[in-house]
Design a protein around this ligand. Sequence first.
Ligand SMILES: [Fe+2]
Length: 255
Amino acid sequence: MRPHIPALDTAAMPWAERNKGIYSKMLSQDPETGARTALQRLVPEAGYTPPTVAHFHHADEEILVVKGLLSFDSRDWLGPRGYVFHPAETVHGFKSAVPEESWFISRVSKELDFNYVPEPPQTTYYSAYNRPPKREISVVKQAVDAGGWVDERDGYGGRGWTRQLVLGRNSQTGEGSHFIRLLPGWEMPKGDFVHDVYNESFVLEGEVQLADGTLRKTGSYSFIPPGIAQPSARSPKGALLYVNVGGPLDFRSVS
Ligand SMILES: [Fe+2]
């Protein structure tokens, strides 16, 4: 399991240059499995060129675009808030393109290996070993404008309106990714609470105030392992969160 990260101000972190035109901020890592979440920045003007050969990984790979524009096949384009989940063994990257500086959150389920497929038999997603994935492929090109948003009163453990969109989910375990929009005035009941599954979140817009005085502004990241007590939260001005959870999310009061 990854360590507890109550709130990380990613805007204040320096970029580490990984390769020509590729910069990265490591947000959290599981030392045992190599699973990690990172903020990545690709800059064509600084020499970044996308891979030209299709490939697959033995890790699940999930991408959420923060800004810019990118594609794995030059047909489907992911703009800001675009999302893709490539299950392990999915061949992708048939004609990758990054025409402008692009930032995205990258989540992988274990150490990322690269297996190249120079002459793929098709140029749409397929399984390298011809077997169904544990969790379905998911592509949400313009998630903010996409259908499927659900308005929920008193959602996400609070009082007040939320709007939620499932981006991708394992139907067996409930592990998956969501957009959760907290409408202005959303507020949790006072007192600490715990989840029985991990909760990883990134503030994409707006801000969230925690009862311990922490202000989670745009760019704030957190990873809460199961069973860790957390302060309650509120969002007077509203916020948009990118949330990944280990299963169905419950809120249990501990005070
Ligand atoms: Fe990849």
